[in-house]
Structures are given as structure tokens and as C-alpha cells.
Design a protein around this ligand. Sequence first.
Ligand SMILES: [Zn+2]
Ligand SMILES: [Zn+2]
Length: 236
Amino acid sequence: MKYELQTIPVWKAFEADAECALCFLEQESEQRNVTFFLGNSIMTPEIRVKLNERGFCRRHFHLLLAGEGKLGYSLALSTHLETIGKRLEKMERRIARAGRSTGKVVDSVVDELRSHESDCLMCERIRFNVLNFTYTVAKLFLDQTEFADALRASKGFCLSHLPGVLEMGAEVIPAKRQSEWNAMIFEIESRSIGQIRRHLEEFTWQFDYQTDKKTPPHARDAVQRAVERLAGYGSR
Ligand SMILES: [Zn+2]
Ligand SMILES: [Zn+2]
């Protein structure tokens, strides 16, 4: 696959010192996509055709609902529902034709409905962006000492983005620097997990009446950061 370099946003994400730089970028990409799908682009024939067929996942239907501007969205929802209506009619006919032995047909209808639910145009666009950002991280590590230093000093990646980072490393980093790259990534992860565990402990001090220790300011959001470390910021 051919990737695009996204140097400026990636540098910005590392300067922001996020719990996970890819989560930071993913969140930005999601916000841009919400604006995109609620703007005029939703009316263009190319997007309309795709939307009629595919729609969004649960999270993204609701994010769009919470956004500004409903005209384009209402039209898109209407034509998408028309497609869904036709699809359901076909399913109903398939089940009716099966007579008494409906088991297998219902199974295939259920599979079709489930795969439709996970087929999201916005997730697809965000995944593509995140792939390019991950590629950029690996390339900048190779090309800019300054960036390699910033990466080494960063909090690294959440458990949701870590597999993609390792996978990209295996694809992009030349063999002679593979072990350096992998050792660095695991070293960052282990340091960050150690730090967040210390902050979680400091967080609990405020509930412990037997200690004089006070929760320091840097530990106040420790629970949120621990969840972000384990599960990303809340998108997919
Ligand atoms: Zn992440
Ligand atoms: Zn989605």
C-alpha cells in the first residue's frame, strides 16, 4: 500500500504530549470527518452513492446527530433508509421462501445485518488517516534525529494503537534498525505504564484518611489517562 507523509500534524501531536499521539490524531481526524459529512460534501453524488449503500457505525451516526447542520444529513438518512428498506424486503422474501427450514437463511440474514452495522464510511476514512499518521511516525524516526528524540521522550501509544505501530515498523523500518525500533517502542510503553501506575496510586491518596499525603495535581486525571492508555480515547 502507498502511504502519505503527514509531517506537520504528526509533529503537532507529539508537541501536545498526549497520552497517545495516534489517539490525538485520530480524534482530530474524526472531528474533521464530522464537519465533512455534515457539510456540503454529503450532497455530492460520489458521497451520496456510497452513503446510500453503507452508512455509519453506531458511534458515528450519533456523532453526526450531535453535530451542527441537519439538512444534508436528513437527505442522506432518507435515501440510506430507502436502501435499507429494500434490503430488508429481500431478506424477508428469502426467509419466506425457505418455508419451514429457515435456520440457515436466518443465519445468513443475521450475518448480513451484522456486517452492515460494522461497515462505516467514517471509520474507513479515519482508519486510512491513522495508517498514514503511523507511517509518518516510522518515517520521521528514520529521517529526523530530532523526531526520534521526541518520540523516545513521548508517552508512546495506547494499547489500541500499539499493534499498528509495531506492524508499520516491521513494514517500513529497514532490517538493520528493526531491533532499535522495537526496543525503543517497548521501552517507552513500559516507562509510560510505570508512570501511570504511580499516578493512579497518588490519585487514591485523596480517599485514604489514614495518610497525610495529598494527591498531586499531575495525578488528578490519572484514571482517565489509565483508561486512555488501555483503550484509546473512545473511538475505534
Ligand atoms: Zn491511541
Ligand atoms: Zn464509524
